[in-house]
Design a protein around this ligand. Sequence first.
Ligand code: HEC
Length: 394
Amino acid sequence: MTGYIIDWLQILLRFFHVITGIAWIGASFYFVWLDNHLRKPESPELKAKGVDGELWAVHGGGFYNPQKYLVAPKELPADLHWFYWESYSTWLTGIALFVVSYLVNAKTMLIDIRVMALSEPTAIALAISFLVIGWVIYDLVCRWFQNRDTIVGCIVAVMMIVISYSTCQIFSARAAFLLTGAVMATAMTANVFFWIIPGQRAVIKSMQAGEPVEPQHGKRGKQRSVHNTYFTLPVLFAMLSNHFHMLYSHQYQWILLVLMMLASALIRHYFVLRHKGLNSLGTLAFAGGLIAVVMVWAAPSAPVVAESTPTAASLAEVTSIINQRCVPCHSDQPTLMPITPKNLNLRAPGAIEANASAIYLQVVQQKIMPVGNITEMTDEERGKIASWFETVQN
Ligand code: HEC
């Protein structure tokens, strides 16, 4: 029953996370687009009102005419729309999903004993501290180098390389990829929570008090908002990448992730420039080049398993290997997991033959099962499964 509930939590949280993420990033994309397309108003009336940019758009059968005021309008409108719940709810559902997928199952999902033999509490504490420390360092860098964007950009890039490398030296690679994305995603939401929204509130407060509005708030908010623009695609890539073994199970997985995140940021940059009327195909080509490098580098090499067994293994031998190495998880009463993963019960009669190609794929070709090699399967055993599979095939 708990397994069933965990499965439901997984799908519902994932569902909400994707919905709120679309709402957040959708609004963010729209406002970046809007900002970059605004034109200086020509009408004296608008200028007198304090409008600094405007545009016309048509969508869904209606015409829209957004206007941007520099700093703030002279009078505060009674009904003002805010954008923050999209961000907060994306983060909250993301963290909940991380808890349900990785922390509840820390032994199989977060820890990989081949990488580092951590205890569950240590692994969980380390994972959480990455999120907190990542934000603290990033925030300090932004404060120290307030007006020096290039320095901030370089330090943040180095910081992300260090995080990708160090998470891959501590956790299972899938968890490492996810955490690397989550550090950035946490910084994005924290930017909204600690800087952008408080800055806007401060502006409104001074307006209500009839005091002059300090442009500093707007500048700070803008800095964080620009960062969020460039974090979006790298975060999305990191979140999706942990489903693809050709990336995370590579020997230099942390470099592959860094390159893909860099390519994603460049793609975002291309669009930001394009909004401003600049079609920088070089930027796009460079990003494409990086992706091509990763594709070539991550391509599967020669068969993983040596032909160690001269004669093909029998089904009885394979069954005994699977009983020892797989059944602790893949049975109707798993001992290593709360639920039967993917509902694949390898103890059921005929299950091994019926799933022969899936087993071959996971165990021989991709080597991702047993998860984290928690049951310590040997290469010889993988070789036996390979030889058995090849005879079944013929
Ligand atoms: C520690 C528990 C654990 C062990 C041990 C384990 N698995 Fe898995 N297995 C999983 C999990 C978890 C998944 C789901 C992975 C995912 O969601 O990507 C899975 C997925 C699979 C799948 C993919 C099913 C599908 O429909 O996508 C196959 C096939 C598989 N395992 C075979 C094996 C074999 C063969 C062994 C033994 C060599 C093994 N597993 C050992 C936990 C385990």
